[in-house]
Design a protein around this ligand. Sequence first.
Ligand SMILES: [Mg+2]
Length: 104
Amino acid sequence: MIDVDEMQQRLREFADARDWEKYHSPKNLVMAMSVEMAELMEHFQWMTEQQSLDLDTKTREKVALEMADVLIYLVRMADRCGIDLDHAVEKKLLLNGQKYPVVK
Ligand SMILES: [Mg+2]
């Protein structure tokens, strides 16, 4: 399981050690995340639905690294915005449950 707090701490230390804090504004981070999303999507461009479900090992590894890029920027951005992602996810799941109730 991903520990968001630990991840934020590690990313903060990584950026701080490289003097990258000055580049990590929320504006820059959301743009970087969007670029990484495009890199992730590129792997799936022109695939059929079935091909997207049956990734070969090499493609799956590349996709995993792009997903990590997206998550890293998201977690970093939350840190820089002072947003508690655990709390935000709990709240959103609650709202989604109310918006889309289970139909029996
Ligand atoms: Mg990337």
